[in-house]
Design a binder for this molecule. Structure first.
Ligand code: UDX
Length: 406
């Protein structure tokens, strides 16, 4: 098929790449000329494992452009533009603008909304553009987005037009994943409900972690393992730590709460998940404080990991960054290191882990990069493992989130 993809961010570039790999021709649009120039050379501006290789291997299937004109030759247009948070509500202007422009260039084109939008958005876009609108939310995780797009757990398609829904189902047939075809509102809500549920799972285990810290002998990682064997619970998203960050969970939970409250409904479970999450940095700060004898002033602290999770350079809503400013607020001298985020605005950012760790009294593991595991065996100060990736016995002095320490 000839497919237009609008918005070359994390979602759009990976969607375009995987659809090209499946044999489609892609007309990829973004308003940012730098992004387009870089993609034309097969080099994405973001770090996403596997993406560059697909772009290089399928060069002839792509046309990258800052102009919407080429949409005229496409059968379908997939919107992957951002829906940022605007005072607790989602900002729809990019979706509406892109939809209108696509409809002006090619009246009658089938529009697919992959951007995360609240229930009612597809029907609003349809009434403003007179286009057939299919909702097709993505469930990809940054850092694993290529694999998630090639092999999603499920494909959710929402539309009032069964022909258009089938066309989108056919587009993703190569994934061999289960397909749910429903209406737009259900498809839109599935995305928010899924992200809010996952965020709740993380906050739940983080509260159990708080409790474990008070129970002699308790360790949240063992408790989570035992819970996870129950298939009804599942082992994923039960890693206690510094809490969730990133461009999705914080924004989506907040948007869902706001959306519900507009309809006089209160999502108290999701609210609680947010409250627990916002207290995580303080909790880890307190662990650091107690490890340094109750005072962080002048403490030499090394923070490992800056992005919101491993395998991405994305700093949006990064818990590590807020922890660093809290530590600095208490007078600590903080140095940081990240395997892929380089030369960022952090004052004392080190190029190597060795440089960051040397001379520090305390190391905080703020992001779950597996490579940190092997690199700390020679460090003899205290390690605060805020992501529970180390074996407590493998280092000299260990303090972990959710681990009783007396
Ligand atoms: C998430 C969803 O997983 C994805 O389906 C959706 O499309 C977009 O939002 P992403 O934001 O890329 O993806 O990251 P994810 O891997 O879900 O992690 C989110 C945050 O939760 C990270 O900060 C991570 O460190 C944290 N996390 C995750 C935990 O603290 N514990 C866990 O057990 C899992």
């Amino acid at each position: 098929m000839k497919i237009a993809v609008v918005g070359m961010g994390y979602v759009g570039s990976v969607t375009a790449a995987v659809l090209a790999e499946a044999g489609n021709s892609i007309y990829a649009v973004d308003i940012d000329p730098m992004k387009i120039e870089s993609l034309k050379n097969g080099k994405p501006l973001i770090h996403e494992p596997g993406l560059e290789e697909i772009l290089q291997a399928n060069k002839e299937r792509f046309t990258f452009s800052t102009s919407y004109e080429g949409i005229r030759g496409c059968d379908i247009c997939i919107l992957c533009v951002p829906t940022p948070n605007s005072s607790g509500r989602i900002e729809l202007k990019y979706v509406l603008e892109a939809a209108k422009r696509a409809g002006e260039i090619k009246p009658g084109i089938t529009l697919v909304i992959k951007s995360t939008v609240l229930p009612g958005t597809a029907s609003r876009v349809a009434s403003e553009t007179k286009l057939t609108v299919v909702s097709n939310p993505e469930f990809t995780s940054e850092g694993r987005a290529v694999n998630d797009t090639r092999h999603p757990n499920r494909i959710v398609i929402g539309s009032g037009d069964s022909g258009a829904a089938q066309m989108v189902a056919d587009l993703w047939k190569f994934t061999a994943s289960p397909v749910l075809i429903t209406n737009n509102a259900n498809a839109e809500l599935i995305k928010y409900a899924s992200n809010s549920f996952l965020a709740t799972k993380i906050s739940f285990i983080n509260e159990i972690a708080n409790l474990c810290e008070k129970i002699p002998g308790a360790d949240v990682s063992v408790v989570a393992k035992g819970m996870g064997y129950d298939r009804r619970i599942g082992s994923e998203f039960l890693r206690a730590g510094l809490g969730y960050g990133g461009s999705c969970f914080p924004k989506d939970t907040q948007a869902l709460i706001g959306f519900a409250s507009d309809m006089n409904e209160r999502l108290s479970v999701v609210e609680a998940a947010m409250t627990v999450n916002s207290a995580r940095e303080q909790r880890v700060l307190d662990l650091c404080k107690s490890a340094l004898g109750g005072n962080l002033d002048g403490g030499k602290i090394c923070v490992l990991g800056l992005s919101f999770k491993n395998d991405t350079d994305d700093l949006r809503e990064s818990k590590s960054l807020t922890l660093i400013s809290k530590l600095e607020g208490e007078g600590a001298q903080v140095r940081s290191f990240d395997p892929i985020v380089k030369g960022n605005s952090q004052k004392n950012h080190c190029d190597t882990l060795k440089e960051c760790v040397s001379g520090s009294e305390l190391v905080v593991i703020a992001t779950e990069w597996p490579e940190f595991k092997e690199s700390l065996t020679d460090f003899h100060g205290t390690i605060v493992d805020a992501r529970r990736i180390l074996d407590p016995g493998s280092v000299t002095k260990y303090r972990g989130v959710g681990l009783y320490s007396g």
